[in-house]
Design a protein around this ligand. Structure first.
Ligand SMILES: [Zn+2]
Length: 71
C-alpha cells in the first residue's frame, strides 16, 4: 500500500501584532522545516502574517514575556 501523502493541517492561535487580538490560522503541516513560514491572511488586521509551519509562531514575534515598561 502506497504511503498516503495527504497534507495535514493544524489550527494555531496567535496574537495579531497589529491589533493585539487573538486570532486563528490554519496552516499546512506539509513540512517539518522549522525555518519555513507560510503566509496567512489575518482577519483581525486584514494583512498578511507569516506563520511558522512547525511552531505556529509569527515571523518576528516578540517574546512571550511582555515588556513591563509601564510608566
Ligand atoms: Zn493581524
Amino acid at each position: 500500500m502506497a504511503h498516503d501523502l495527504d497534507i495535514m493541517e493544524a489550527t494555531v492561535t496567535y496574537c495579531c501584532p497589529n491589533t493585539g487580538r487573538a486570532a486563528e490560522a490554519t496552516i499546512d503541516l506539509a513540512t517539518d522545516d522549522a525555518h519555513q513560514y507560510q503566509p496567512h491572511f489575518c482577519l483581525a488586521c486584514r494583512k498578511i502574517h507569516l506563520i511558522n509551519c512547525v511552531t505556529g509562531r509569527l515571523l518576528g514575534e516578540k517574546s512571550l514575556v511582555p515588556a513591563s515598561d509601564v510608566h
